[in-house]
Design a protein around this ligand. Structure first.
Ligand SMILES: Cc1cc2nc3c(=O)[nH]c(=O)nc-3n(C[C@H](O)[C@H](O)[C@H](O)COP(=O)(O)OP(=O)(O)OC[C@H]3O[C@@H](n4cnc5c(N)ncnc54)[C@H](O)[C@@H]3O)c2cc1C
Length: 374
C-alpha cells in the first residue's frame, strides 16, 4: 500500500488556502478537485483586505480592484455613500485568479493537485481516511472537506448543518466601461428579501442578485432589467449564472476524527451580506493550524478549530442572522431606520472591511436603547 498523504483537501478558496498553509508547513498534501483548475466561479469577488493577516505571502497579485467607498440605494434612488476606513480596505478579486494564486502557493510548496477528481465518498479505516471516486482512491491521515455549497461529504459525518439554509443568487459578469472604479454599489429595494450589487472590476462589473429567504431568486430577471440600464447597459446584457449559497444558520461541530469542514461546506457565509470568501479563507487558515497540531500528536487540536470558528466568526454571524431576519422581512423600514441612520453606512463599511462584527453593532444598539430608557 502506498504511503498516505498527511492531508487530502478539496479545491476552492477555502481548500486552496488550507493546502497552501499545510504545504508551507511541510505537510504532504493532495488537493482533489472535481473539475479543471482554475475554474470559473460565479462570485462578486468582494473581500476585506484584512484577510491578508492570515497569510505569510502577499495576496496583492490576486487583487483586481481596490474599493474605497460603498454606495447604498433603495430602488436605485435615495443614495447613501460611505467612505471605507483604512488604506486599501476592500478588494475585488477575480475568483479564478485568487483560487489559482492560492493553489500555486500550495503546489510550489509541494502539494499535489489532482484535477477531474470528484470525491464520491470517504470512509475511516483504522488511522486513515480512504477517499474514493471514479478517478480511483486516495489515502490520507486527515481530510479537509471543502466542497462548497453543494457539499455532500460533511453531513453523513455529522459535520456542519444537518439541514443547510440557502440563499439563491444570479450572477452576471459584464464587460463595460466603468465610470467609478472605486465604488461598490448595493441596492436593497429592487430585490424581495435580499439585495443586488454591482462591483467594479478591471474592464467591467461583477453584478448579482441575492435572495436570503426562500430558495428561488424569482424576480432576478426583472431586477437585472432595471439595474443594468442604470449602469448604462442593455437590460439583457451578459450571461446569467444561477447558483445557491449555503449561509450561516447556527453553530455546528466542524470537526471529527481526523476531519474538518471549511468554507461554504461548513455553512459559514454571512446571512446578511453573503460574504463568503473571508470565512472561507479564515476557516482554511485555522483548519491548517489545527491540523498541523493534530498531526503532531495533539488529539484536542481539531476541537480547537470548531471552537475558534465559533468565537472568531460564528458569534458575529449569530447577530448577523438576527439582523438579516428583521431587515429582509421589512426592508423598506430597515433601509430607512438602519442604512439611512447617519452612522449606519460607516458601520456596514466596517463590517465589510472586517474591522467590526455584527455583535459590536448589536451591542451599540442595545446600549443606545438602555441610555434612552435611563
Ligand atoms: C453569485 C455569488 C456572488 C458572491 N459574491 C461574493 C462576494 O462578493 N464576496 C464574498 O465574500 N463572497 C461572495 N460569494 C460567496 C463565495 O463565493 C463563497 O462563499 C466562496 O466561494 C466559498 O468558497 P469555498 O472554497 O468554500 O467553496 P467553492 O469556492 O465553491 O469551492 C468548492 C470547490 O470544491 C469543488 N468540489 C465540489 N464538490 C466536489 C467533490 N465531490 N469532489 C471534489 N471537488 C469538489 C468545486 O468544484 C469547487 O472548486 C458569492 C457567491 C455567489 C454564488
Amino acid at each position: 500500500m502506498s504511503t498516505p498523504f498527511d492531508v487530502a483537501v478539496g479545491g476552492g478558496a477555502a481548500g486552496a488556502a488550507c493546502a497552501a498553509h499545510l504545504a508551507q508547513g511541510g505537510k504532504s498534501v493532495v488537493v482533489l478537485e472535481q473539475g479543471p483548475f482554475p475554474r470559473s466561479k460565479p462570485c462578486g469577488g468582494g473581500m476585506a483586505a484584512s484577510v491578508q493577516r492570515w497569510f505569510p505571502f502577499d495576496l496583492s497579485p490576486a487583487v483586481d480592484q481596490v474599493i474605497r467607498r460603498v454606495r447604498f440605494t433603495w430602488n436605485l434612488e435615495d443614495p447613501v455613500t460611505a467612505e471605507l476606513p483604512g488604506e486599501a480596505p476592500f478588494w475585488i478579486v477575480e475568483r479564478s485568479r485568487l483560487d489559482a494564486f492560492l493553489m500555486q502557493q500550495a503546489t510550489t510548496s509541494g502539494a499535489e493537485l489532482r484535477c477531474d477528481w470528484p470525491v464520491h465518498g470517504m470512509a475511516r479505516r483504522g488511522e486513515r481516511w480512504q477517499l474514493h471516486g471514479p478517478a480511483g482512491s486516495v489515502c490520507s491521515r486527515a481530510v479537509v472537506i471543502a466542497d462548497g455549497s453543494n457539499s455532500s461529504l460533511g453531513r453523513p459525518l455529522g459535520l456542519g448543518a444537518a439541514r443547510p439554509r440557502y440563499a439563491s443568487t444570479v450572477a452576471v459578469e459584464l464587460n463595460a466601461p466603468v465610470d467609478d472604479p472605486h465604488t461598490a454599489r448595493f441596492d436593497f429595494g429592487l430585490v424581495h428579501h435580499g439585495f443586488c450589487w454591482a462591483f467594479p472590476r478591471q474592464g467591467g462589473y461583477s453584478i448579482g442578485v441575492g435572495t436570503f429567504i426562500g430558495r428561488e431568486a424569482g424576480d432576478a430577471e426583472a431586477v437585472l432589467q432595471r439595474l443594468l440600464p442604470d449602469l448604462g447597459q442593455p437590460g439583457d446584457a451578459g450571461r446569467r449564472q444561477h447558483s445557491v449559497l449555503r449561509i450561516w444558520d447556527g453553530h455546528h461541530r466542524l470537526h471529527g476524527d481526523g476531519v474538518v469542514v471549511v468554507g461554504d461546506a461548513a455553512s459559514l457565509c454571512d446571512p446578511f451580506l453573503a460574504e463568503g470568501i473571508r470565512p472561507a479563507l479564515l476557516s482554511g487558515s485555522l483548519a491548517a493550524q489545527s491540523l498541523g497540531a493534530w498531526l503532531g500528536g495533539d488529539s484536542q487540536a481539531l476541537a480547537t478549530y470548531s471552537a475558534r470558528m465559533r468565537r472568531d466568526w460564528g458569534e458575529s454571524m449569530a447577530w448577523g442572522k438576527r439582523i438579516a431576519q428583521v431587515f429582509y422581512r421589512v426592508p423598506r423600514i430597515g433601509y430607512q431606520l438602519g442604512i439611512k441612520r447617519p452612522t449606519a453606512p460607516q458601520r456596514i463599511a466596517q463590517i465589510l472591511s472586517g474591522e467590526m462584527g455584527y455583535g459590536d453593532i448589536a451591542q451599540r444598539v442595545i446600549r443606545r436603547l438602555l441610555l434612552q430608557q435611563g
